[in-house]
Design a protein around this ligand. Structure first.
Ligand code: PLP
Length: 456
């Protein structure tokens, strides 16, 4: 069936509720390999967002695909109510790694997606805190779109039509330095955000703290170490250490959402490792299976998840810990243990970031560029380098997806993802296996895009 016929059927038979129609017309891809997606005419599109960081290890990664194929030939399916080796081994690898890093025993619980795992984490938190249902989260934070996850996600847009099924979080400012108060260094801005939060506990009249009972009304603080959908905003290195001091003082749990930044996106297995704090609960998803299977999960300290406090039946999904997903997840963890991804990702990230800085010198519209490992941001503005330009970014995305840029005499496209509080940030998440040549090509194509988008 050709693209026009597919689009006609899509218009008639598919819900528009997902984000497909953010581009017009919606894009149809036919195959993928490495850092590239290909359309029906086999035009390659260099992908600089890799399914919002779900495909960290390249499309059709032979090793991970191989693990999936082997599992299909042995134990392709078994109900989640039974055990299989992969599920236990994967939980063990993740829990042992956490114990080594943070000195805490813990357990892993799998589910079928990031949002569902966030829901599981909310159950753990509420259960451990005697049913307290109020959470802190950050402005610009994103934790998913199920009803519970949207309640702790900053955008009212995701809640507006559906009422309040879970208590809405209290959203605190995140150190988004580029748009922070004038005249503060990045570190000073981080301190300012922590002080703003700590002020809530000064007296009972600030609204969240009962000094007589020594109890906070809120159970946990949900954080992304680097904000994903919020525009790959990187806080200063001391930020979480200082925030955690406040949380510890007032008995508030720290839940770290690694769904987008985990699995070496930032050069560490977990992005929070850059910031020197221990999570009470960690939520992961996306790249665990390199996008081959919707498997996600949580790791939690033993006190929060042991079988007495979180007994059988506390949560369940038919496809949770399915054997295809755990087989790929286990292979991912083995691959990560065998290769020095930290050095690899930091070196490639540096090359990319330097290239972006060079590009910024020629395009004042690139108001801010920053990066940690291969989580990189380019904030697109008007010519003043500050006023957010969603218009220019949208044009760049559209031209990239048209597949009519040029490289070595051939047509080529560029796949970009857009995030940010003002929807003007190109959030770059290339394959961690991206070659130097592909990085250089990506920068060249970004340059072409900017030139064309500014002219359009
Ligand atoms: C930080 C973060 N948390 C949660 C989610 C939700 O995960 P899922 O889309 O798998 O439900 C996402 C997805 O983009 C995410 O980036």
């Amino acid at each position: 069936m050709n693209n026009a016929a597919l689009l006609a059927d899509e218009a008639q038979f598919c819900s528009f509720g997902d984000t497909v129609h953010y581009t017009n017309p919606p894009k149809i891809f036919a195959r993928c390999e490495g850092s590239y997606l290909f359309d029906a005419d086999d035009v390659p599109y260099l992908d600089l967002q890799m399914w919002y960081s779900a495909v960290n290890f390249g499309y059709a990664n032979p090793r991970l695909n191989g693990a999936l194929k082997r599992q299909i030939d042995t134990l392709p399916q078994v109900a989640s109510q039974y055990l299989h080796a992969g599920r236990i081994e994967l939980a063990k690898v993740i829990a042992q790694d956490a114990e080594k890093k943070w000195g805490s025993k813990g357990r892993v619980h799998f589910n079928v997606g990031g949002s569902q795992s966030i829901e599981d984490s909310l159950k753990l938190v509420r259960n451990a805190c005697n049913g307290k249902s109020l959470m802190f989260a950050f402005e610009g934070g994103y934790h998913g779109r199920t009803l519970g996850a949207s309640a702790i996600t900053s955008s009212y847009r995701y809640r507006r039509r559906y009422g309040h099924f879970a208590d809405r979080a209290s959203f605190l400012p995140f150190p988004y330095h580029f748009r922070g108060p004038q005249g503060m260094s990045k570190e000073e801005h981080g301190d300012w955000c922590v002080k703003y939060f700590a002020r809530l506990f000064e007296t009972e009249y600030n609204g969240v703290w009962d000094p007589k009972a020594g109890e906070c009304e809120y159970a946990a603080f949900y954080v992304e170490p680097i904000q994903g959908t919020g525009g790959y905003v990187i806080p200063p290195r001391n930020f979480f250490i200082d925030l955690k001091k406040v949380l510890d003082k007032y008995g508030i749990l720290l839940v770290v959402d690694e769904i987008q930044m985990g699995f070496y996106r930032t050069g560490k297995l977990w992005a929070i490792e850059h910031f020197g704090v221990k999570p009470d609960i960690l939520v992961f998803g996306k790249a665990l299976t390199n996008g081959l299977n919707p498997l996600a999960g949580i790791w939690a300290r033993e006190e929060l998840i042991n079988p007495t406090i979180f007994p059988p039946g506390s949560t369940h999904s038919t496809f949770a810990s399915n054997p295809l997903g755990t087989a790929v997840g286990l292979e991912t963890m083995k691959m990560l243990a065998e290769t020095d991804y930290e050095t690899l990702v930091m070196a490639k990230g540096q090359r990319f970031l330097e290239g972006l800085k060079e590009l910024q010198r020629h395009h004042p519209e690139m108001g801010d560029v920053d990066g940690l490992g291969l989580a990189l941001r380019a904030e697109i503005c008007e010519a003043d380098g500050f006023a957010p330009s969603k218009r220019l970014v949208d044009k760049m995305v559209e031209i990239g997806l048209a597949g009519e840029l040029e490289h070595a005499g051939r047509k080529i496209g560029l796949v970009l993802d857009v995030g940010g509080y003002y929807k003007n940030v190109i959030t770059l998440a290339p394959s961690l296996h991206v070659s130097d040549e592909e990085i250089d090509l990506g920068l060249k194509l970004l340059d072409q895009l900017l030139v064309k988008a500014k002219r359009a």
